[in-house]
Design a protein around this ligand. Structure first.
Ligand SMILES: Nc1nc2c(ncn2[C@@H]2O[C@H](COP(=O)(O)OP(=O)(O)OP(=O)(O)O)[C@@H](O)[C@H]2O)c(=O)[nH]1
Ligand SMILES: [Mg+2]
Length: 240
Protein backbone atom coordinates (compact mmCIF):
# COMPACT_ATOMS: atom_id res chain seq x y z
CA UNK A 1 0.00 0.00 0.00
CA UNK A 2 1.31 3.47 -0.90
CA UNK A 3 1.22 5.69 2.16
CA UNK A 4 1.42 9.46 2.53
CA UNK A 5 2.33 11.08 5.86
CA UNK A 6 0.95 14.59 6.26
CA UNK A 7 2.86 16.80 8.68
CA UNK A 8 1.15 20.13 9.46
CA UNK A 9 3.54 22.82 10.63
CA UNK A 10 3.32 26.29 12.00
CA UNK A 11 6.52 27.56 13.62
CA UNK A 12 8.19 24.16 14.00
CA UNK A 13 11.73 25.10 12.91
CA UNK A 14 13.10 23.67 16.17
CA UNK A 15 11.47 20.29 15.57
CA UNK A 16 11.05 19.59 11.86
CA UNK A 17 14.55 18.25 11.14
CA UNK A 18 14.38 15.67 13.93
CA UNK A 19 10.80 14.78 12.95
CA UNK A 20 11.87 14.07 9.36
CA UNK A 21 14.89 12.02 10.47
CA UNK A 22 12.84 9.90 12.86
CA UNK A 23 10.02 9.40 10.37
CA UNK A 24 12.44 8.17 7.75
CA UNK A 25 14.13 5.87 10.23
CA UNK A 26 10.77 4.34 11.25
CA UNK A 27 9.22 4.13 7.79
CA UNK A 28 11.62 4.02 4.84
CA UNK A 29 8.75 3.87 2.33
CA UNK A 30 6.20 6.54 3.24
CA UNK A 31 6.01 9.67 1.16
CA UNK A 32 6.11 12.82 3.32
CA UNK A 33 4.11 16.01 2.78
CA UNK A 34 4.79 18.94 5.10
CA UNK A 35 1.90 21.42 5.02
CA UNK A 36 3.26 24.75 6.23
CA UNK A 37 1.28 27.93 6.75
CA UNK A 38 3.93 30.55 5.99
CA UNK A 39 5.77 30.04 9.30
CA UNK A 40 7.89 33.17 9.88
CA UNK A 41 10.63 31.00 11.49
CA UNK A 42 11.45 29.42 8.11
CA UNK A 43 10.02 25.94 8.82
CA UNK A 44 9.11 25.44 5.15
CA UNK A 45 12.63 26.18 3.86
CA UNK A 46 14.17 23.89 6.48
CA UNK A 47 11.69 21.12 5.65
CA UNK A 48 12.42 21.43 1.94
CA UNK A 49 16.17 21.38 2.51
CA UNK A 50 16.11 18.44 4.91
CA UNK A 51 13.47 16.72 2.78
CA UNK A 52 16.09 16.23 0.10
CA UNK A 53 18.36 14.61 2.69
CA UNK A 54 15.79 12.08 3.92
CA UNK A 55 14.24 11.72 0.45
CA UNK A 56 10.69 11.28 -0.81
CA UNK A 57 9.49 14.42 0.96
CA UNK A 58 8.00 17.70 -0.16
CA UNK A 59 6.42 20.86 1.17
CA UNK A 60 3.00 22.29 0.44
CA UNK A 61 3.35 26.00 1.11
CA UNK A 62 0.26 27.91 2.13
CA UNK A 63 0.50 31.63 2.59
CA UNK A 64 -1.16 32.25 5.94
CA UNK A 65 -2.05 30.43 9.14
CA UNK A 66 -5.41 28.87 8.37
CA UNK A 67 -5.78 26.22 11.05
CA UNK A 68 -4.97 22.57 11.52
CA UNK A 69 -8.20 21.23 10.04
CA UNK A 70 -7.74 23.23 6.88
CA UNK A 71 -4.10 22.10 6.58
CA UNK A 72 -5.19 18.45 6.84
CA UNK A 73 -8.00 18.91 4.35
CA UNK A 74 -5.53 20.32 1.81
CA UNK A 75 -3.09 17.50 2.57
CA UNK A 76 -5.82 14.86 2.13
CA UNK A 77 -6.90 16.35 -1.21
CA UNK A 78 -3.28 16.42 -2.36
CA UNK A 79 -2.81 12.76 -1.45
CA UNK A 80 -6.13 11.52 -2.86
CA UNK A 81 -5.45 13.28 -6.17
CA UNK A 82 -2.16 11.41 -6.37
CA UNK A 83 -3.64 8.01 -5.64
CA UNK A 84 -2.18 7.18 -2.22
CA UNK A 85 -3.87 4.21 -0.48
CA UNK A 86 -3.28 5.34 3.11
CA UNK A 87 -3.11 8.88 4.53
CA UNK A 88 -1.30 9.30 7.83
CA UNK A 89 -1.52 12.29 10.21
CA UNK A 90 0.99 13.24 12.87
CA UNK A 91 1.89 16.37 14.87
CA UNK A 92 5.26 17.90 14.00
CA UNK A 93 6.33 18.74 17.55
CA UNK A 94 7.57 15.25 18.55
CA UNK A 95 4.55 14.67 20.80
CA UNK A 96 3.87 11.73 18.52
CA UNK A 97 6.68 9.21 18.28
CA UNK A 98 7.31 8.30 14.62
CA UNK A 99 8.34 4.83 15.82
CA UNK A 100 4.61 4.07 16.19
CA UNK A 101 3.90 4.69 12.48
CA UNK A 102 4.35 1.02 11.46
CA UNK A 103 1.72 -0.11 13.99
CA UNK A 104 -0.79 2.40 12.57
CA UNK A 105 -0.04 1.27 9.03
CA UNK A 106 -0.25 -2.37 10.05
CA UNK A 107 -3.78 -1.92 11.42
CA UNK A 108 -4.93 -0.42 8.09
CA UNK A 109 -3.35 -3.34 6.28
CA UNK A 110 -5.38 -5.63 8.57
CA UNK A 111 -8.60 -3.97 7.43
CA UNK A 112 -9.26 -0.87 9.55
CA UNK A 113 -10.66 2.23 7.81
CA UNK A 114 -9.40 4.59 10.50
CA UNK A 115 -6.60 3.86 12.96
CA UNK A 116 -6.16 6.16 15.94
CA UNK A 117 -2.98 6.30 18.00
CA UNK A 118 -4.76 6.37 21.33
CA UNK A 119 -3.71 7.61 24.75
CA UNK A 120 -6.73 6.07 26.46
CA UNK A 121 -6.52 2.35 25.69
CA UNK A 122 -4.44 -0.15 27.73
CA UNK A 123 -0.78 0.51 26.96
CA UNK A 124 -1.38 4.13 25.98
CA UNK A 125 -0.21 7.05 28.10
CA UNK A 126 -0.19 10.80 28.53
CA UNK A 127 2.61 12.90 30.03
CA UNK A 128 2.59 14.45 33.48
CA UNK A 129 0.03 17.01 32.40
CA UNK A 130 -1.53 19.40 34.90
CA UNK A 131 -4.69 18.08 36.56
CA UNK A 132 -6.66 20.65 34.56
CA UNK A 133 -5.33 19.59 31.17
CA UNK A 134 -5.79 15.88 31.95
CA UNK A 135 -9.41 16.39 32.97
CA UNK A 136 -10.11 18.52 29.91
CA UNK A 137 -8.76 15.87 27.55
CA UNK A 138 -10.36 12.90 29.32
CA UNK A 139 -13.80 14.46 29.86
CA UNK A 140 -13.78 16.11 26.44
CA UNK A 141 -13.35 12.65 24.96
CA UNK A 142 -16.05 11.13 27.18
CA UNK A 143 -18.45 13.92 26.26
CA UNK A 144 -17.88 13.51 22.51
CA UNK A 145 -18.24 9.72 22.73
CA UNK A 146 -21.45 9.99 24.78
CA UNK A 147 -23.13 12.71 22.72
CA UNK A 148 -22.20 11.25 19.33
CA UNK A 149 -22.47 7.57 20.23
CA UNK A 150 -18.83 6.84 19.36
CA UNK A 151 -17.22 3.68 20.73
CA UNK A 152 -13.86 5.47 20.65
CA UNK A 153 -11.70 6.37 23.67
CA UNK A 154 -9.52 9.05 22.07
CA UNK A 155 -11.41 10.80 19.29
CA UNK A 156 -9.43 14.05 19.73
CA UNK A 157 -6.09 12.39 18.95
CA UNK A 158 -4.17 13.64 15.94
CA UNK A 159 -1.98 10.58 15.32
CA UNK A 160 -3.93 8.66 12.70
CA UNK A 161 -4.12 6.61 9.53
CA UNK A 162 -7.03 6.69 7.08
CA UNK A 163 -7.75 4.20 4.34
CA UNK A 164 -8.10 6.31 1.17
CA UNK A 165 -11.27 4.54 0.04
CA UNK A 166 -12.94 5.69 3.28
CA UNK A 167 -11.56 9.23 3.10
CA UNK A 168 -12.91 9.59 -0.45
CA UNK A 169 -16.44 9.04 0.89
CA UNK A 170 -16.14 11.99 3.30
CA UNK A 171 -17.19 15.38 1.93
CA UNK A 172 -14.07 17.31 2.96
CA UNK A 173 -15.57 20.64 1.86
CA UNK A 174 -18.38 20.04 4.35
CA UNK A 175 -16.03 19.43 7.30
CA UNK A 176 -16.29 22.52 9.49
CA UNK A 177 -14.05 22.17 12.54
CA UNK A 178 -10.46 23.10 12.96
CA UNK A 179 -8.66 21.87 16.07
CA UNK A 180 -9.72 19.00 18.34
CA UNK A 181 -13.15 19.40 16.79
CA UNK A 182 -11.68 18.46 13.42
CA UNK A 183 -10.43 15.12 14.76
CA UNK A 184 -13.78 14.38 16.41
CA UNK A 185 -15.69 15.39 13.27
CA UNK A 186 -13.59 13.13 11.06
CA UNK A 187 -14.07 10.22 13.49
CA UNK A 188 -17.82 10.81 13.43
CA UNK A 189 -17.88 10.96 9.62
CA UNK A 190 -16.10 7.59 9.39
CA UNK A 191 -18.36 5.93 11.99
CA UNK A 192 -21.50 7.28 10.32
CA UNK A 193 -20.42 5.67 7.08
CA UNK A 194 -19.99 2.31 8.78
CA UNK A 195 -16.19 2.49 8.72
CA UNK A 196 -14.20 0.43 11.20
CA UNK A 197 -12.14 2.33 13.76
CA UNK A 198 -9.22 0.70 15.56
CA UNK A 199 -7.27 2.29 18.42
CA UNK A 200 -3.63 1.32 18.91
CA UNK A 201 -1.89 2.44 22.11
CA UNK A 202 0.62 5.28 21.93
CA UNK A 203 2.70 7.14 24.49
CA UNK A 204 1.98 10.85 24.02
CA UNK A 205 4.92 13.10 24.92
CA UNK A 206 4.90 16.76 25.88
CA UNK A 207 6.24 19.22 23.35
CA UNK A 208 9.85 19.95 24.36
CA UNK A 209 10.67 22.74 21.90
CA UNK A 210 8.72 25.50 20.21
CA UNK A 211 5.37 26.93 21.23
CA UNK A 212 1.89 25.47 21.42
CA UNK A 213 -0.84 26.66 19.07
CA UNK A 214 -3.57 25.24 21.26
CA UNK A 215 -6.05 27.86 22.42
CA UNK A 216 -9.24 28.07 24.41
CA UNK A 217 -11.01 29.02 21.17
CA UNK A 218 -10.21 25.55 19.81
CA UNK A 219 -11.65 23.88 22.93
CA UNK A 220 -14.82 25.99 22.83
CA UNK A 221 -15.24 25.29 19.10
CA UNK A 222 -15.01 21.53 19.72
CA UNK A 223 -17.51 21.58 22.61
CA UNK A 224 -20.00 23.71 20.71
CA UNK A 225 -19.79 21.63 17.52
CA UNK A 226 -20.11 18.28 19.33
CA UNK A 227 -23.21 19.57 21.13
CA UNK A 228 -24.67 20.86 17.86
CA UNK A 229 -24.01 17.61 15.92
CA UNK A 230 -25.50 15.57 18.77
CA UNK A 231 -28.70 17.64 18.90
CA UNK A 232 -29.04 17.84 15.12
CA UNK A 233 -28.60 14.12 14.57
CA UNK A 234 -30.91 13.16 17.44
CA UNK A 235 -33.61 15.30 15.86
CA UNK A 236 -32.92 13.88 12.40
CA UNK A 237 -32.57 10.38 13.90
CA UNK A 238 -29.30 9.77 12.09
CA UNK A 239 -27.01 8.99 15.00
CA UNK A 240 -24.82 5.93 14.37
N1 LIG B 1 -0.21 24.10 8.81
C1 LIG B 1 -0.65 24.36 10.06
N2 LIG B 1 -0.20 23.62 11.11
C2 LIG B 1 -0.65 23.93 12.34
C3 LIG B 1 -1.58 24.98 12.59
N3 LIG B 1 -1.82 25.02 13.94
C4 LIG B 1 -1.10 24.02 14.49
N4 LIG B 1 -0.38 23.37 13.54
C5 LIG B 1 0.50 22.20 13.72
O1 LIG B 1 -0.30 21.17 14.24
C6 LIG B 1 0.39 20.37 15.18
C7 LIG B 1 -0.32 20.39 16.54
O2 LIG B 1 -0.31 21.71 17.08
P1 LIG B 1 0.19 22.02 18.59
O3 LIG B 1 0.48 23.46 18.73
O4 LIG B 1 1.29 21.10 18.96
O5 LIG B 1 -1.14 21.73 19.40
P2 LIG B 1 -1.32 20.75 20.59
O6 LIG B 1 -0.54 19.51 20.34
O7 LIG B 1 -2.77 20.65 20.83
O8 LIG B 1 -0.70 21.57 21.81
P3 LIG B 1 0.62 21.25 22.70
O9 LIG B 1 0.33 19.97 23.43
O10 LIG B 1 0.71 22.39 23.62
O11 LIG B 1 1.77 21.12 21.78
C8 LIG B 1 1.81 20.94 15.23
O12 LIG B 1 2.60 20.22 14.32
C9 LIG B 1 1.60 22.38 14.74
O13 LIG B 1 2.76 22.93 14.14
C10 LIG B 1 -2.02 25.76 11.47
O14 LIG B 1 -2.81 26.70 11.57
N5 LIG B 1 -1.53 25.41 10.24
MG1 LIG C 1 1.51 19.54 20.28
Amino acid sequence: MRALLILPTFQEALNIVEVLDRVREATPDVHILVVDDGSPDGTADLAEEHGTVVGDAEVLRRTEKSGLGSAYRDGFRWGLERGFDVLLEMDSDLSHDPAALPSLLGAVEHGADLVIGSRYVPGGSIPAWSWHRRQLSRWGNRYAAGVLGLAVNDSTAGFRAYRATMLRQVDLDGVAADGYGFQIEMTYEVVRRGGSVVEVPIAFADRLRGTSKMSSRIVVEALALVTWWGLRDRLLRRRP
